[in-house]
Design a protein around this ligand. Structure first.
Ligand code: 13P
Length: 284
């Protein structure tokens, strides 16, 4: 069973007149998160990527479950969503995703020297295109931690390297490190706007991807979307909402509530976070 590709999601979003496409982390295909997200997307008629990292998927219920949970919700809600494998730094994880029909993947070669990042990205793009899948690729190193235990090195992309990377690796979507940080919940952003202007001028037709969006001020999100960032990633905001929703249902209780009560509270918290994301990403 093949899922929608990144190409199909971007096209469907364009034909709906969507400003940008949210990419929402669903913690390996947690059914309560997937359901809450899809209900809000359906209500707003918005297309989205539903993502997870290989570490989240493997420490939960595996790649097939990740795909199935999203495909089930797609059919149930008639919603325009695709599973997206986020930050795969090992091409073997991409091959596992492609083998079960995931058609939107990200190869993250940011820890590799430029020439190696180009070579591995290019080979991933060729294998993905052979089955109709789209590939996002990262250059520079987006700071912060996406998974526990990950190293956190931040290094903004160099414009000359970005031009070479786009020309030689030819990814379908491009995630340049511009100063945003994963897992950040507030504080000052340090986006390099001169760098952003240069990247926007040099990127050709390749859509740009914004990582580390949780906690970014609304005006920065709007400005980046206006400049051409097309896919906008949120993980921390959703994870925090889910766990806070669970905690809220348990707060001050001396008895143990029924699972349905606790999970309903988590779904409500996720739905509220999704509404905030849709307001930021799709409304101007
Ligand atoms: P946040 O941690 O800021 O939500 O960013 C998530 C992300 O970019 C996933 O790739």
């Amino acid at each position: 069973m093949n899922s929608l590709s990144g190409f199909e999601i971007l096209d469907a979003a364009s034909s709906r007149g969507q400003r940008a496409v949210p990419c929402i982390d669903v913690a390996g295909g947690n059914p309560d998160i997937v359901d809450a997200v899809c209900r809000r997307l359906t209500a707003s008629d918005v297309c989205a990527f539903l993502s997870s990292t290989p570490a989240s998927i493997d420490s939960y219920l595996g790649m097939e479950h990740f795909r199935d949970s999203i495909e089930l919700a797609r059919r149930r809600h008639g919603v325009c969503v695709a599973p997206h494998l986020d930050h795969a730094d090992d091409p073997a994880a991409i091959d596992r995703a492609l083998a079960v029909g995931v058609r939107s993947v990200m190869f993250d070669g940011s820890a590799l020297p430029l020439a190696d990042n180009i070579a591995v990205t290019r080979s991933v793009v060729e294998r993905a295109h052979a089955v109709g899948a789209s590939v996002e690729a990262e250059l520079g190193a987006i700071g912060g931690k996406e998974d526990p235990g990950e190293a956190s090195i931040a290094e903004n992309v160099r414009p000359d390297e970005a031009t070479r990377f786009l020309r030689e690796a030819r990814p379908d979507l491009f995630a340049p490190a511009i100063g945003t940080v994963h897992g950040r919940r507030g504080g000052e952003a340090s986006i390099d706007w001169t760098l952003v202007d240069r990247l926007v001028a040099d990127r050709g037709d390749t859509p740009l991807v914004l990582h580390g969006t949780t906690g970014l001020p609304a005006e920065d999100v709007h400005r980046l979307i206006d400049l051409g960032f097309r896919k906008v990633n949120y993980a921390t905001m959703i994870r925090d909402a889910y766990v806070a929703g669970l905690a809220r249902a348990l707060e001050g209780r001396t008895d143990l509530p029924r699972p349905q009560e606790v999970l309903a509270s988590a779904r409500t918290a996720v739905a509220e976070a999704v509404d905030r994301i849709l307001q930021l990403v799709t409304v101007r």
